[in-house]
Design a protein around this ligand. Structure first.
Ligand SMILES: Cc1cc2nc3c(=O)[nH]c(=O)nc-3n(C[C@H](O)[C@H](O)[C@H](O)COP(=O)(O)OP(=O)(O)OC[C@H]3O[C@@H](n4cnc5c(N)ncnc54)[C@H](O)[C@@H]3O)c2cc1C
Length: 449
């Protein structure tokens, strides 16, 4: 008998869940999303004739199985990205590394203190480590000295103190490992099994294949939008009914099925898979009220697209800036790695600048852009004589949603409320953040249905 599923959310999570459902021999899938396009946050915007992703978006470090599906969807038009990442801290750039590199600090006493604290931590038992706050996690993993530096870096990027957040906020950051010495010295420390899990060295110096994951990017010059549009067609060919520009209004139970009323149709489904984090909309559709926004810290972002001469842009993937005084967080040579150079020789870089909502920088983003452009020159992303031909500023009020203390408890309560009202609505786990984790989490969906 045909099973009918409604997947609410046409972002990457909805896509991965859909992939799993399509493995069933006889099923009909409806994918519902209020946005008029497939892809969620991945969908690129058009800026002065360029396709520009909303920040750095790549299929980075994904399993080969997923890369095969993406390659099939793209008709082979993908390129492997050999990440040329960099990170900046203390005004110094470290090549081939995308975590904070504290080895660029001049003060050897601080580095010695960090090493001594790590060695002491390594002698302790960590089997029952449980950190309530992110600050406790920083201190418990990296020691108090490095923990306090990580906290400052974190505060500058996310505009919240890590002691206000649950430890699991770490999973949305690039701060899951630490490096404070040269690669050779880090490798010596990493020979201890616990330190190996908290410390980092640059991949190149590890001299072994670190994992089997691959990093790819669409190779059609349309940025991630190219993938979104091809995936729309691919899903439709597989029989998925894409209900875009449609919202779920009501979910009720009838004869053991879920009746889903959208703004345009009614679907009688065996299961509803809620593949987005909109708790408010789901509770409202099910006839109760829940809003977890007070339990989330929302970081806003000013995303700048800077159009300049292609030959003045450094040919690399992206840089993460961990300088506590920095304006830019991530800067990408996105126009170059997405293959977009116009006949007039221009291309673009993107700058993600986390800024507090309604702050002076938010309200006067042109002035902020001036500082960001100078920072790009200083970091060598564009050469000193590059011209800012066009500037586009997009303000994203909610870019990251970080769990404040108490969030998980409230989320569990919400989950219970949902399952009390219906056994046919599956509220998906909202914790997996990066695409690899989202995909791996979706592989479990069969056992959850
Ligand atoms: C700036 C930025 C850069 C990132 N870069 C990377 C990266 O390079 N690599 C990586 O692996 N990860 C990256 N991520 C993480 C990224 O969020 C995930 O990888 C993934 O794309 C998120 O997919 P999603 O489906 O969970 O969310 P989204 O893409 O946000 O999709 C959610 C969808 O649900 C829809 N929706 C909302 N309410 C409802 C409703 N009531 N009913 C139905 N649908 C609804 C929305 O319209 C949206 O389409 C980045 C995140 C950000 C914010």
């Amino acid at each position: 008998m045909t099973k009918t599923y409604v997947v609410a959310g046409a972002g990457f999570k909805g896509f991965c869940d859909c992939l799993e459902l399509l493995k069933q021999p006889d099923c009909k899938v409806y994918m519902v999303d209020p946005a008029p396009f497939f892809g969620g946050v991945i969908y690129s915007s058009e800026v002065h004739g360029f396709n520009v992703d909303k920040g750095v978006h790549v299929f980075d470090s994904i399993p080969v199985d997923l890369a095969d599906v993406i390659t099939e969807i793209m008709g082979g038009a993908v390129k492997e990205i050999d990440f040329v990442s960099e990170s900046a801290f203390n005004g110094k750039v470290t090549q081939g590394y995308s975590l904070p590199d504290l080895s660029s600090m001049d003060d050897c006493n601080i580095k010695d203190a960090i090493t001594a604290e790590l060695v002491k931590l390594a002698s302790e038992d960590h089997s029952n480590d449980h950190f309530r706050t992110l600050r406790e996690l920083f201190d418990g993993r990296y020691g108090k000295t490095a923990g306090s530096i990580f906290s400052k870096i974190f505060e500058n990027i996310y505009h919240v103190e890590p002691n206000e957040l649950e430890a699991k906020a770490l999973s949305q950051t690039s701060m899951g490992r630490m490096k404070h010495l040269s690669d050779e010295e880090m490798l010596v420390l990493k020979s201890h099994s616990w330190l190996d899990t908290v410390l980092a060295a640059r991949r190149k110096s590890l001299k072994v294949k670190v994992d089997d994951f691959v990093s790819i990017y669409p190779d059609t010059g349309e940025a991630m939008r190219g993938w979104c549009e091809r995936t729309t067609q691919w899903l439709q060919k597989k029989g998925v009914e894409l209900c875009l520009g449609e919202s779920v209004v009501k979910i009720t139970e009838n004869s053991g099925k879920a009746v889903v009323k959208t703004t345009k149709r009614e679907i009688c489904a065996d299961k509803v898979i809620w593949a987005n984090d909109n708790v408010k909309a789901l509770s409202s559709a099910m006839g109760f009220e829940c809003d977890l926004s007070d339990y989330q810290h929302r970081t806003s972002l000013v995303l700048m697209t800077m159009i300049t001469e292609a030959d003045k842009i450094k040919d690399f993937t992206y840089l993460q800036n961990f300088d506590p005084e920095a304006v830019n967080y991530r800067i990408a040579s996105a126009g170059i790695f997405s293959g977009q150079v116009k006949e007039d020789g221009t291309s673009f870089i993107t700058c993600e600048c986390p800024v507090e909502l309604n702050s002076e920088d938010w309200n006067n983003a042109e002035a902020l852009a001036g500082r960001a452009w100078q920072e790009c020159k200083h970091l060598g992303i564009v050469s000193q004589d590059a011209t800012l031909v066009h500037l586009d500023i997009a303000k994203i009020p909610v870019a990251f949603k970080l769990p404040k203390l108490g969030y998980s408890e409230q989320l569990d309560k919400f989950r219970d409320d949902v399952s009390l009202r219906s056994k046919n609505v599956l509220f998906r786990d909202v914790t997996p953040f990066y695409r690899r984790e989202i995909y791996l989490d979706s592989l479990e969906i069969g056992s959850l249905l």
